[in-house]
Design a protein around this ligand. Structure first.
Ligand SMILES: Nc1ncnc2c1ncn2[C@@H]1O[C@H](COP(=O)(O)OP(=O)(O)OP(=O)(O)O)[C@@H](O)[C@H]1O
Ligand SMILES: [Mg+2]
Length: 275
């Protein structure tokens, strides 16, 4: 199997003509965690957003270069962007659950995909929306329902929410919302997970949960995470890319970046001389 999940070549992004990304070339390894680090404004989020065409919703943004994914250039005009975003999912710094129940948040993408088996006899439908019997749901053979349960388990959230699946997801804590957004993303079985500073608003315990989760998820997914937390990058990332003023200065195994980077700029940054 190809060991590269995404191949970015000379990716440039401008906002209103101002160059934010100045030709980034990078192979993102499959089933590994890649961390993107660098000072504020260096282009990390801009790069991450190109990977699933989030710039499409920003009229001032223009992209060039190529990003090869499954033999296809994501940046091509004919890319089915909706489909792309189910293959390359993204969670943001501030998780935004839909104003729906926890269950419906995770089921949302599946319903869109029409995964609900014909004449489904799922327990949620039988019980109505008021209360969900989690034991019945856990034993459900309905494809959509079992995927919701599995996704919540994979996101290490099931035990915390199983008794209130019917309640609004907006009532969850910040760390729970973050894991819910991860569950929602993995429910549609993407290949690549993009996470933009997913732990920046979380306490150390919730942060650790997300980190443990990502370490587990990399068996199934390719993960790209933007982080300002150097310890986090060291703890979880196999590879690290250092951005500076719109350029990818250096990309290498995490240990190399933090212990013996090639470039002085990288060495200074990871030592915390500026940032
Ligand atoms: N929607 C936008 N419109 C105009 N300029 C933007 C937009 N988004 C980002 N920029 C500019 O592009 C450059 C790169 O921003 P980006 O958000 O990618 O940085 P970052 O590395 O993610 O920073 P941070 O660590 O603060 O999140 C910055 O100069 C920023 O001001
Ligand atoms: Mg950013």
């Amino acid at each position: 199997m190809d060991t590269t999940a995404l191949q970015a070549q000379n990716v440039r992004v401008t906002y209103d003509g101002h160059e934010a990304l100045k030709g980034v070339t990078l192979d993102i390894p499959r089933n590994q965690i890649t961390a993107l680090i660098g000072a504020s404004g260096s282009g990390k989020s801009t790069f991450l957003r190109t990977l699933n065409r989030m710039h499409d919703v920003t009229p001032s943004a223009a992209m060039s270069g190529s990003i090869t994914f499954n033999g296809h250039n994501i940046l091509d005009k004919d890319t089915d962007v909706i489909e792309l975003r189910t293959k390359i999912g993204m969670v943001f710094q501030h998780p935004v659950p839909f104003p729906k129940s926890t269950f419906d948040n995770v089921a949302y993408g599946l319903r869109i995909q029409g995964e609900r088996a014909p004449r489904s006899r799922g327990v949620v439908k039988l019980l109505g929306k008021r209360m969900i019997d989690w034991k019945k749901l856990e034993a459900s053979t309905d494809r959509m329902e079992s995927t919701v349960v599995q996704s919540l388990k994979d996101a290490a959230l099931w035990d915390e929410v199983k008794e209130r699946l019917h309640l609004s997801a907006l009532r969850l804590s910040g760390g729970q919302k973050q894991r819910l957004c991860i569950a929602r993303m993995i429910a549609v079985r993407p290949d690549v997970l993009l996470l933009d500073e997913p732990c920046s608003a979380l306490d150390p315990i919730s942060t650790r949960k997300i980190e443990d989760l990502l370490m587990k998820l990399k068996e199934k997914y390719t993960i790209v995470i933007v982080t300002h937390n150097m310890q986090q990058a060291k703890r979880i990332a196999d590879y690290t890319g250092f951005f500076h003023m719109g350029e990818l200065v250096e990309f290498d195994a995490t240990k190399k970046i933090f212990e013996e980077a090639e470039k002085q700029l990288t060495r200074n940054y990871v030592k915390g001389y500026f940032g």
